[in-house]
Structure formats: structure tokens, C-alpha cells
Design a protein around this ligand. Structure first.
Ligand code: ZN
Ligand code: ZN
Length: 363
């Protein structure tokens, strides 16, 4: 008994010494840990980013305009063989994209679903990082979207004009190639509202199609379908339940659909109203009529016969996974396939020539 007590005391003493040493030596230990992690991270990113035979979807922003420390604004990165695309550039999205190992530089095209601020807040950052980061670029980044995208792009180019000069002066023209600076707008004319998905961009095995969704009074508002070889993903943009989206998404492997919980938003509205925050309460009331509920998204996924459904553009923010069930409500009753509440860092891999749908959480 006495021996055991001594053993316990000795173990506690050693643990205490180890904690003290770890604290006193935190700087050299931290430097060593950082060196090892940095080397491993760079190597892993280079090896893992783009398997040649898969369509890969990177959820770089699963949030909405509402502040959420865990979720960037709406942002989806797509690697399709050699092709690199981004759909929407919500606040913080480009940083999440980089943290997920999405290759920097050499983006082929950015597609904007619509011109609400939460979908373009980080467009300037995305354009800048693609210009000077990674492989860099020798021509402006094409940014495609609904009419008005030319104004957004002109504004971004203007806002970053001084930064352009600083970067060229500091890094040199070999890295910050002046001819590759900025973005170039490509206006996608509105397709017919009942046409389903209409191809707007084709490169080799890659086809990007656009379709109209219903986000009134924001019009036109688009969703996109990306087909690469025999795999496909559909991104809803912001919309209520849309028959045209169902048509466009028919048979797709993966549907990323926006979702707002009406019950939770009504609870917030009422709480704000009781506290006298009339303007914010009014906004909560307004947003109820131009977003889809999780049940709407599940019904759309079922009607379109998609392989899997991931909800994103989540309103309101969910402080933890425990609340996902309350957020989903009856949605799981309406769709039989895999249904996930999106989180930043979610990567979905769709290997060509198979039906596999692989989910990884990278952040
Ligand atoms: Zn919107
Ligand atoms: Zn939005």
C-alpha cells in the first residue's frame, strides 16, 4: 500500500515536471512542431489536391450573411480533372479554400449565382490570391454571372488598383504579372425560366450549365450544374423550392442546396422583437420568403433523384452539430439518400466511372 502511494506520488511529480518543462520550452518545442507540420502539410496538399480521375467539390463556405465564427459565406470550389472552378466568393471563403488544400492560382473561371453581397464579399481576395499565389496567372480571372457582374468586377478591379501597384513593386513582374491582374466580367444572359440547365461553358470533358432559380426580388438569380465525364454536382444558389432546379438537377450525383430553418428564424425574430430590435426583427421576417427550408431542399433532392444532398447557406448559424437534428426537422423523411448539414471543410469526391460518393471533413 505504502509502495503504491509512493509510486503514485512519483508519477504525479514526473507529470508536474513534464508540464513545467513543456511550458518553459514552449518556444523551441513550438518551432520544431511548426517546422514538421509545415513540411508535412505542403507535401500532403501537393499530393492530395486533385486526383486526375475525380470530380471534387470543396465546401469552402457553408454559411450565410449571418455572423458565424465557424462558417464562411457561401463558397464552393470544384476540381474536375485539370479544371479549377469556384462558385461564389462569400466572406472568408477563399481562406477556407486554401486551408482545404485547393490549389492556389490557375483558376479557370469563377461563377456567381447572384449579386447579393454575401456571395461576392471575398471576390476581391479570391482574384488577388489567384493572381499572385501559387502558379499565378498571365490573364485576368474570368468572373461569370448574371447581368450586373460587369459592375461588380469593375468595382473590384478599381478597389484593388493600388494594391496591384504595391504587389508589382514588391514581388516583381515574374510573380505579379501585370497582364494577369484583376478580373474580367462575363455576363451570362438569363436562360428561360423553365428550360432547366442550359450549357454556358464547355472545356473538354467539363460542362457548366446555368438555370434560373426563384430568389425574388433578386432577379435573375442562378444555380449551376457542373458535369465532368460521368459525374455531376448541382449548386442551388439562393432560392425557394424551385421546379426549374428540380429539372436542372435531374439525376445529378450531388446537390448542394441552400437551407433556412423557418422555425428557428421565427424564434429569433420574436426574441429580437421582444428586445426592441425592430429593424433586425423585420429582416428576419423578410428572409423567410426567399429561402428554402430543409424540407424543401429534401423534396427537391427527392424529385430530382440526386445521389446525395448537402445543405449549405445555413440560416441561422448552428453553434454545434447537436442542433443539426432540430435544424433538419422533418427533412430526412423526404429524402432517402445521404443527407448532410454542410460544414466548412467538407470535401465530396466523385470518382469517374463509379457511383461512389466519398465525404471527408478537412478542417
Ligand atoms: Zn441571396
Ligand atoms: Zn445568400
Amino acid at each position: 500500500m505504502r509502495f503504491q502511494r509512493r509510486l503514485l506520488l512519483a508519477a504525479c511529480f514526473l507529470l508536474f515536471i513534464a508540464i513545467v518543462l513543456a511550458w518553459v520550452l514552449r518556444r523551441p518545442i513550438g518551432e520544431e512542431l511548426f517546422d514538421r507540420a509545415a513540411a508535412a502539410r505542403v507535401a500532403a496538399v501537393a499530393a492530395d489536391a486533385a486526383p486526375a480521375n475525380s470530380l471534387r467539390v470543396f465546401l469552402c463556405g457553408s454559411g450565410s450573411p449571418m455572423p458565424d465564427a465557424a462558417r464562411a459565406g457561401p463558397c464552393v470550389g470544384i476540381l474536375a480533372g485539370p479544371h479549377r472552378l469556384v462558385i461564389d466568393a462569400g466572406s472568408g471563403g477563399p481562406r477556407k479554400l486554401a486551408a482545404m488544400g485547393f490549389p492556389t492560382g490557375g483558376l479557370e473561371q469563377v461563377f456567381l449565382t447572384h449579386l447579393h453581397s454575401d456571395h461576392i464579399d471575398s471576390l476581391g481576395e479570391l482574384v488577388l490570391v489567384d493572381w499572385v499565389g501559387g502558379e499565378g496567372r498571365a490573364a485576368p480571372l474570368p468572373v461569370a454571372g448574371p447581368p450586373g457582374v460587369e459592375d461588380v468586377v469593375a468595382g473590384v478591379n478599381r478597389a484593388y488598383a493600388r494594391d496591384r501597384g504595391y504587389r508589382i513593386a514588391h514581388h516583381g513582374e515574374a510573380i505579379a504579372d501585370p497582364t494577369g491582374y484583376g478580373a474580367e466580367a462575363r455576363v451570362i444572359p438569363p436562360p428561360p425560366g423553365d428550360a432547366g440547365a442550359v450549357p454556358v461553358y464547355e472545356q473538354g470533358d467539363l460542362t457548366v450549365s446555368v438555370f434560373l432559380v426563384d430568389h425574388a426580388p433578386v432577379a435573375p438569380a442562378y444555380g449551376y450544374r457542373v458535369n465532368w465525364r460521368d459525374r455531376s454536382v448541382v449548386v442551388s444558389g439562393d432560392t425557394v423550392y424551385s421546379d426549374n432546379l428540380v429539372e436542372a438537377a435531374r439525376g445529378a450525383d450531388l446537390l448542394l442546396h441552400e437551407a433556412l430553418s423557418p422555425a428557428m428564424v421565427r424564434t429569433l425574430r420574436d426574441a429580437l422583437s421582444r428586445e426592441g430590435a425592430a429593424n433586425t426583427a423585420r429582416i428576419m421576417d423578410d428572409i423567410l420568403d426567399y429561402h428554402a427550408s430543409p424540407v424543401d431542399a429534401a423534396r427537391a433532392a427527392d424529385a430530382a433523384g440526386v445521389g446525395a444532398l448537402v445543405l449549405y447557406h445555413l440560416v441561422p448559424p448552428l453553434p454545434g452539430a447537436y442542433l443539426e437534428s432540430a435544424f433538419l426537422g422533418e427533412a430526412p423523411d423526404h429524402f432517402d439518400g445521404p443527407l448532410r448539414v454542410g460544414v466548412d471543410g467538407l470535401r465530396v469526391t466523385l470518382p469517374a466511372g463509379s457511383d461512389a460518393i466519398e465525404f471527408d471533413e478537412l478542417l
